[in-house]
Ligand binder design. Structure first.
Ligand SMILES: C[S@@+](CC[C@H](N)C(=O)[O-])C[C@H]1O[C@@H](n2cnc3c(N)ncnc32)[C@H](O)[C@@H]1O
Length: 229
């Protein structure tokens, strides 16, 4: 999968892409991330990319030309075909969840626009953006963290990235349930012991216990998830 990221802050991605699962995904050549600095497409020699909003009011607006220029660069130099989807991360978008992440797994190439300032110019959204996604009902200063959230969540599902794919399949939200409790050695820690069922080697019972714990936890914390899948 190729992910093109249009951002004002390419350096924010460097550590993120050099560690853990996103790094492994790239190392195994399952993922390629192209970082494109929107400022490189500024039409002014001070590399300015923002301007005052029409109609006045607080905040600056990310100008349309640098974003359009960056998208053209992606199409002309990084892709063999016009790339879709073009995702804009915004608190106004569809709320991201595991099912949506799985939908994007089908794509070979994805382009992401990270917003900044008060907003990006609406005409970019109208003409180029195909999907608008929010990572939650709160406001961040830019789309970089949402882009990283998305890339991380996708990376771990790409074929062959995690050595034991069953691990990802039994995570929270895969079956509309939250995950169950997990324990490792030592058997006793600060006066607390491991539930006996996990120590008896009876995998049928262990699976049953885990499923019951997942259902109970989901029922208590996120009852609206039950029955969604
Ligand atoms: C300060 S926010 C702008 C918020 C915008 N004025 C609004 O009311 O929806 C700047 C940028 O951060 C990103 N952003 C902030 N919160 C986000 C969220 N919850 N999900 C996805 N992107 C977000 C978007 O790219 C947005 O353009």
């Amino acid at each position: 999968m190729i992910i093109n990221v249009l951002t004002l802050f390419t350096s924010m991605f460097h550590d993120f892409l050099s560690e853990s699962i996103p790094f492994i995904a790239q190392e195994k050549e399952k993922l390629k991330v192209n970082l494109i600095d929107i400022r490189d497409f500024s039409e002014n020699n001070r590399r300015q990319v923002d301007d005052y909003p029409y109609g006045g009011g607080a905040g600056m607006v990310l100008k349309p030309e640098p974003i359009a220029g960056a998208l053209k660069y992606v199409n002309d130099h990084l892709s063999s075909a016009p790339t879709t989807p073009i995702i804009y991360f915004t608190p106004q978008g569809r709320l991201l969840n595991q099912q949506i992440i799985r939908e994007y797994l089908e794509k070979e190439e994805i382009t992401i626009i990270c917003g900044h300032y008060k907003e990006i110019d609406q005409r970019i959204r109208d003409k180029y953006v195909t999907d608008e996604i929010s990572i939650g009902d709160y406001v961040l200063s830019g789309g970089e963290l949402p882009a990283m959230v998305f890339i991380d969540a996708i990376s771990r599902l790409l074929d062959g990235v995690i050595s034991d794919p069953e691990s990802a399949q039994t995570d929270s939200h895969e079956e509309g349930l939250l995950g169950c409790p997990h324990y490792t050695r030592p058997y006793e820690f600060e006066g607390m012991t491991v539930p006996e069922v996990l120590c008896n080697g009876n995998h049928k019972e262990i699976d049953k216990w885990r499923r019951e714990k997942s259902i109970a936890l989901t029922n208590r914390i996120r009852p609206e998830l039950l029955g969604r899948n």
